[in-house]
Design a binder for this molecule. Sequence first.
Ligand SMILES: *Cc1c(COP(=O)(O)O)cnc(C)c1O
Length: 344
Amino acid sequence: MQASAEMLDWHGSGMSVMEMSHRGKEFVSIYEEAENDIRELLAVPPEFSILFMQGGGIAENAIVPLNLSASQSADYVVTGNWSDRSQKEARKYCQVNIAASNEADGHTRLPAPASWRLSTGARYVHVCTNETVHGVEMHELPDLKALGSTAPLVIDFSSHMASRPVDWSRVGLAYGGAQKNVGPAGLTLVFVRRDLLGHALPHCPTAFNYEVVSSHQSMYNTPPTYAIYIAGLVFKWLKKQGGMSVIEQRNIAKAQLLYDFIDASHLYTSFVAKDCRSRMNVPFFLREDKLNDLFLAGAREHRLLQLKGYKTLGGMRASLYNAMPLEGVQALVNYMQAFELEHA
Ligand SMILES: *Cc1c(COP(=O)(O)O)cnc(C)c1O
């Protein structure tokens, strides 16, 4: 709403945000406000630099080892499709040690941190804190110090960024594409502890060197200005809702409504262990695959969209990002209930 009202003339400047120079005072004020708002919202400590980059989570899979690995080794915990892709990409730049994997469990439960085989000398430990495809979420970040490791923890939190508070004392670097939970595609947010800057490999592209990006306030190259502006509006909206603890409670309530219904039903199943079920992405399956098309067609008639599961996993997936209200989840549950009665 606000974006459309301001689309052609931002705050009486006579310009659309799209027309602004990224170095002009109008855009710089938009950028600084967005940075301050996300810092306040997520309570990011001053020892972290916040970078507004491009390339998405997938590019970060390469950019992280290019900046942190020193061509040595890194530990990866595989908990689903996305962390598996991260470790495969990192192999181009460093030695990868798989500290733990839940592949044998079909990515349905999390290996306990106490069982991780962390290696000495690893430059960092990488985890995906919310597996968007498999619906597995770490409700608590691992405490590497308690596990005897001094390596920084790197988290891919693309799909649950700003859905709950972050314990920064356990994090060295966090990254995520904006498009899942905080804004439009094209913007990637990176939160990096400043002592990790300045270790990039010589062949790391300059535009992807965290120290260069940080020292130029994300303006070494042209940043995705319009995406930053929209993300800034989302940060303001999140603040107005009451901030992260209110948003987290809301997300817990939404997820519980859906999981409770699934657990009580005879038609739908969730395979993910209860202690690590994602609040953002809920994969579920119908008892018979042949009902899938019928289920999706009926859902579309009820204006319930985007429920088809990820291509490699099948079944259904409901994504309950911040923008989804409780009433939206209730509408889905009502439809699922009616469908079950009809097809029991
Ligand atoms: C979507 C997603 C990515 C990939 O993001 P792109 O922006 O497409 O590069 C990476 N990691 C996780 C956890 C994701 O959900």
